[in-house]
Design a protein around this ligand. Structure first.
Ligand code: 3AM
Length: 176
């Protein structure tokens, strides 16, 4: 599809936290466990949109700009492995209600705009390793990082020199 971009809404991780996570990850996993996601690509997907036309992108941005949702603190105190998609992830034992509401809103706006949404339940997570299809010894705990979420972003997913890169296109504040 020409004039379309592969897009998704996500929560970015603060740059300092991205660095802390990759340094911890280097010790917490073995090289054969999976392919590490680049520090700058660490994010929490809220809604995957797929290939979106310029016109639909504009409409989705307008809808995103109308969202009035409170910010929240996110505690990254959970870890897991999904062998089927081959993902090792970082998450929250108790996802904040505001996070779930924000994702639900973005996903329903996307669905109403014709972006296919997976029927699988939304499980908020940050992908740490991909291609993790073999058993992985998941550490018993994370350092328990916490950060304050005060905006969400729209990203474009592109392949550059054979590597996936996520470019932030726009961001919207969450109410304090
Ligand atoms: O970082 P995670 O894994 O949570 O897995 C892709 C990534 O999320 C997901 O969108 C995010 C940015 O690429 N993704 C890719 N293709 C997808 C699809 N067809 C998808 N999510 C749902 N359906």
């Amino acid at each position: 599809m020409s004039n379309s971009r592969r897009l998704f809404f996500a929560l970015p991780l603060p740059a300092a936290l991205q660095q802390q996570v990759i340094h911890w990850r280097a010790n917490a996993f073995q090289p054969e466990d999976g392919r590490p996601v680049a520090a700058a690509n660490l994010h929490l997907t809220l809604a995957f949109l797929g290939d979106v036309s310029t016109q639909k992108e504009l409409a989705l941005k307008t809808l995103a700009g109308r969202i009035r949702q409170t910010g929240f603190n996110l505690c990254l105190d959970d870890l897991g492995h999904w062998p089927r998609p081959g993902v090792v992830w970082l998450g929250s034992k108790r996802a904040p209600r505001a996070l779930l509401q924000l994702a639900e809103l973005l996903r329903s706006q996307a669905a109403r705009s014709g972006c296919y949404q997976s029927p699988l339940p939304f499980y908020p997570h940050i992908t740490l390793l991909r291609a993790a299809t073999k058993p992985v010894a998941v550490p018993p705990a994370t350092p328990g990082w916490r950060f304050s979420v005060d905006h969400f972003s729209l990203y474009q997913s592109v392949i550059e020199h054979g590597r996936t890169r996520y470019h932030p296109l726009a961001q919207w504040p969450l109410n304090t």
